[in-house]
Structures are given as structure tokens and as C-alpha cells.
Design a protein around this ligand. Structure first.
Ligand code: NAI
Ligand code: MG
Length: 484
């Protein structure tokens, strides 16, 4: 086996993204009926910068009455929005997409300040993809009859949408764009630790001239989310978040005529065969688990390496992670930013302790970490097996559980032995192996020789405890329509 010789002496100078172009208010109200209005609750909470844990702004904490007001505004707007010439609907959505592109730099910086993700990711992935979701769905607005021929698609009504903190603007786009393209109106709630880009989107929507009340953005935590779920005049609930809350939502909607899509947790298997291009696979492993600090529902958090190449892959992986830079999200050289909240850091640290206690062999990069803020170095666990807690449960952090396998049958069985079924990755030169695995892995998306690639035209969603329904593409449109 060849010894790897990586030059570890590279030093990067600080390369901070400027913040001079961003405009933030000290206090954000609720966006209802096209206006920013004070919450009837009269309550606000702080959103923090996870790289410093200092407050950035105050955010309104909506109660049941605020939600009722937002739903009423969405219902009123539905009457005219659903009847508007679909071509006109499309034009508004195109305009929103273009305006996101124009303000991309501001969105990217705010996303990184509020949520902790590296600026390189918010700049190159989150914000462009958010714009793409609006572009893609704008195109569908006047073509729904072609998408579903002979079926007479009509909108559902008011959609209540609840999103998580890992991809704040992208998830907002993912939810709003298909809903309004189909003629629905929405009440959307961002996650409490990352409301700012959704509120900036509200400002943009106001500037775009979108008819008032078509998009309402309300802020708050779990209680506010529950008020949306339980509001009687909502026709559809779209939720992305933890499996735990997904189950709660399903329980409270049982027997009620509300369409539901749930995009929940995951424990993706990333499978490396001996015939894979090893260096590319190592990059793929890094991207699969360390992208967005591992706060990714489809993260490749379980690695399976074919035994014959396990030593070389692990050696190269250890070397590679020692070069990853953990630190200031606004530095363009940063690979791994801040963990989104103190609570999430505690969860990750709890899992690392469990991993060690249950006998896993831990390997962590010795990178330097900033003094203030929430940080976790890239972490590998070796010598773990299917029964280990860290192999079974979603950690949602930069922690990878590594196992080996000998045969294709064995790895299929191991990969499917999980309560989740959201994503997987396969690395091999052989097309036949790819086809067999895409067929037999119980996962909503299987990437071949790549990982974490997203496109608005491609349906996304899971099996088992990863949720139900699909978002994106034709499948995603379908869940915002009814058919006569
Ligand atoms: P969460 O599921 O509590 O939060 C997601 C969203 O749901 C937020 O907007 C939150 O305010 C809202 N929410 C919370 N309780 C609700 C309720 N009873 N009814 C309606 N809405 C409610 O996720 P949390 O607590 O922030 O993270 C915990 C774990 O969940 C993470 O460690 C991770 O494993 C998983 N998670 C998975 C995500 C995914 O994309 N699959 C996203 C976020 C978290
Ligand atoms: Mg925050």
C-alpha cells in the first residue's frame, strides 16, 4: 500500500466576506397580508449568530391569534390568486426568482450569519438553488394541464408550511414555489434559530408586487408550528424536520381531510466498492457527511467500505479531514462552519459520548477551533456495528460511522437495516452494481459516484421513518393539486 504524503503545511490567510452590503432590522414583525405587522402576542425572541452566540435581531413570536390572522389573509388571497391567469402567476414567480439572484450576495451572508453555514456553501449552493426552485416552478404555472393531461388539476387552497434550520432559504423556496405555482396561497413558518432569510424573502416578495396575502411568513417555535398544523382552515400541511415532530403532526391530523407531506430524518448509507475511483470516493465521503456541518437529512452518515480497500480509504480519509478548516462561516476558506445552536451541539456531543461508551474507536481532526461559538471537529467512528446507537440514530452533525463489508448482498442488507429510507450513495466503476443497488436500496434518492446533488426537477423524499410524499419535480407539484 502506498504511503500518502499530504503537505500539511498549507496555511490560509483570513479571507472574510464583507458584511457592508447587508441590511438588517433590529426587530422583525410578522409578514401577513403583504405587510409587516406587530404580533398580537406582543412577544419577541432573539435569533443568535451561532459563531458567537450573540443576538442579531429580535423576531416576533406568533401565537394562535396571529396564525388565525395569517390563515384568513391567505384564504382571502386564494379567491383571486387561484383564478388569476396562470401565465400571470408564472410571471410573478419568475420575478421572485430574478430578484433572489439580484440580492444573492445579501441572502448568502445573512444565511451564514444566522445559521452558521460556510459562506462558500450559502453563496454557491443554497441561494442559487433557491432561485432555481422559483425559476423551475414559474415555468410550470401555466403548463399544469400538460403536466397532468386529461386530469384537470386545481389548487388545494391554503398550505401551511413548516421548515427546519438546516437550509432556511432553500427550504422556504422548496415549499413556496410549487405551492403558489399551482395556485395555492401559503402560511410559512421558518425555524426559530434561522428566521432571517425567510423574513428577507418576505421583504423581497413585498417589493415584487406579488398580490397581498399569497405568501404569509410567520415566525415562532414549536407552539407556533402546532398552531398552523391544527388550524381548521388549512388544506395542506408540508413539513420538513425531525421524525419526532413529523410523527406528532401525523397523529394530530389523523382522520382530518388535510393533505400532508412529511420530509423527515435520515441515516444515509454511502457505499464504496473496491473498484471505485478511490480519491474521488474520499472527496465524496467528505461531501456526504461534512457538507453543512452534517446538518443534512440525506447526509451520508453511515459509510460502508469494501474490506479489500478499507485500510487505504480510511487512511486517505483521515488525512483529508485533517486538512478541513473549521471556523468562521464568513471566511471563504472555511469548510465546516458553526453548529447551528447550543442545543444541537449538545445533541452531537451526547452522541459522541455514546459512541465512545459503546466501544467505537473515535478519530477526530486536530484542527483548531475558535474560542467562542458552537464548533465540532470532523469526527470518524471505526469499529462500530449495526447495533451501535450512532449507526442507528440520526446525529445531524459532522460525525461519520464507518463499517466494512465483503459482498454486495451483505452491504444491501446492512444499508437497509435502518428505520430510515431517505438517501444513499454508491461508488463503483460498474454500471451493473449501480443498477442493482438503486433497485434494492430502500431509499428515496440514490446517488452514483457523487453525493448531495440537488435539482428542482428531481423528486426528493423518503420511505419508512424518513417521511411520506415527494417534493420537487412533477411528483412535488402533484401534492399541491387536486384532480377532478
Ligand atoms: P424540529 O423538528 O423540532 O424543528 C423543525 C421545525 O418544526 C421548526 O420550524 C420547529 O419550530 C417546528 N416544530 C417543532 N415542534 C413542532 C410541533 N409540535 N408542531 C409543528 N411544528 C413544530 O427539529 P429540531 O428540534 O430543531 O432538531 C432536532 C433533531 O431533528 C435534529 O437533531 C435532527 O436530527 C432532526 N432534524 C431533521 C431535519 C431534517 O431536515 N430532516 C431538520 C431539522 C432537524
Ligand atoms: Mg440564528
Amino acid at each position: 500500500m502506498s504511503k500518502i504524503n499530504i503537505n500539511k503545511s498549507w496555511k490560509y490567510d483570513e479571507s472574510l466576506e464583507s458584511t457592508s452590503h447587508i441590511k438588517l432590522k433590529d426587530k422583525y414583525d410578522l409578514f401577513i397580508g403583504g405587510e409587516f405587522v406587530k404580533p398580537l402576542s406582543k412577544k419577541y425572541f432573539n435569533t443568535l449568530n451561532p459563531a458567537t452566540n450573540q443576538s442579531i435581531a429580535e423576531i416576533a413570536d406568533a401565537n394562535d391569534k396571529d396564525i388565525d390572522k395569517a390563515v384568513k389573509s391567505a384564504r382571502k388571497a386564494f379567491n383571486s390568486w387561484s383564478k388569476l391567469d396562470p401565465k400571470e402567476r408564472g410571471k410573478y414567480i419568475f420575478r421572485i426568482a430574478r430578484m433572489i439572484q439580484e440580492r444573492a450576495k445579501e441572502f448568502a451572508v445573512i444565511e451564514s450569519i444566522d445559521g452558521g453555514k460556510p459562506i462558500r456553501e450559502s453563496r454557491d449552493i443554497d441561494i442559487p438553488l433557491a432561485a432555481n426552485h422559483f425559476f423551475y416552478h414559474a415555468g410550470w404555472a401555466d403548463k399544469l394541464e400538460y403536466a397532468f393531461p386529461n386530469k384537470k388539476p386545481t389548487p388545494l387552497g391554503v398550505a401551511g408550511q413548516i421548515i427546519p434550520w438546516n437550509f432556511p432559504l432553500l427550504m422556504a423556496a422548496w415549499k413556496i414555489a410549487p405551492a403558489i405555482a399551482c395556485g395555492n396561497t401559503v402560511v410559512l413558518k421558518p425555524a426559530e434559530s434561522t428566521s432571517l432569510t425567510a423574513l428577507k424573502l418576505a421583504e423581497l416578495i413585498q417589493d415584487s408586487g406579488l398580490p397581498k396575502g399569497v405568501v404569509n411568513i410567520v415566525t415562532g417555535a414549536g407552539k407556533t408550528g402546532a398552531a398552523i398544523v391544527n388550524h381548521p382552515d388549512i388544506n395542506k400541511i408540508a413539513f420538513t424536520g425531525s421524525t419526532e415532530v413529523g410523527k406528532l403532526i401525523e397523529r394530530s391530523l389523523a382522520g382530518i381531510e388535510k393533505k400532508t407531506t412529511l420530509e423527515l430524518g435520515g441515516k444515509g448509507a454511502n457505499i464504496i466498492f473496491e473498484d471505485a475511483a478511490i480519491d474521488q470516493a474520499v472527496e465524496g465521503i467528505v461531501n456526504a457527511i461534512f457538507f453543512n456541518q452534517g446538518h443534512v437529512c440525506c447526509a451520508g452518515s453511515r459509510l460502508f467500505i469494501q474490506e479489500s480497500v478499507a485500510d487505504i480509504v480510511i487512511e486517505k480519509l483521515k488525512d483529508r479531514i485533517s486538512t478541513l478548516i473549521v471556523g468562521d462561516p464568513l471566511d471563504k476558506n472555511t469548510d465546516i462552519g458553526a453548529i447551528n445552536s447550543v442545543e444541537q451541539l449538545k445533541t452531537i456531543e451526547k452522541y459522541i459520548e455514546i459512541g465512545k461508551k459503546e466501544g467505537g474507536e473515535i478519530y477526530q481532526s486536530k484542527c483548531s477551533l475558535p474560542k467562542k461559538g458552537n464548533w465540532c471537529p470532523p469526527t470518524l467512528f471505526l469499529n462500530v456495528s449495526q447495533s451501535h446507537t450512532i449507526v442507528q440514530e440520526e446525529i445531524f452533525g459532522p460525525v461519520l460511522a464507518i463499517q466494512t463489508f465483503r459482498t454486495i448482498d451483505e452491504v444491501i442488507e446492512k444499508a437497509n437495516n435502518t428505520p430510515f429510507g431517505l438517501s444513499a450513495g454508491v461508488w463503483t466503476e460498474k454500471g451493473s452494481k449501480i443498477f442493482r443497488l438503486t433497485k434494492e436500496l430502500n431509499a428515496g434518492v440514490v446517488w452514483a459516484n457523487t453525493y448531495n446533488k440537488f435539482d428542482p426537477s428531481s423528486p426528493f423524499g423518503g420511505f419508512k421513518e424518513s417521511g411520506m410524499g415527494r417534493e420537487g419535480g412533477l411528483h412535488g407539484l402533484k401534492s399541491y393539486l387536486k384532480f377532478e
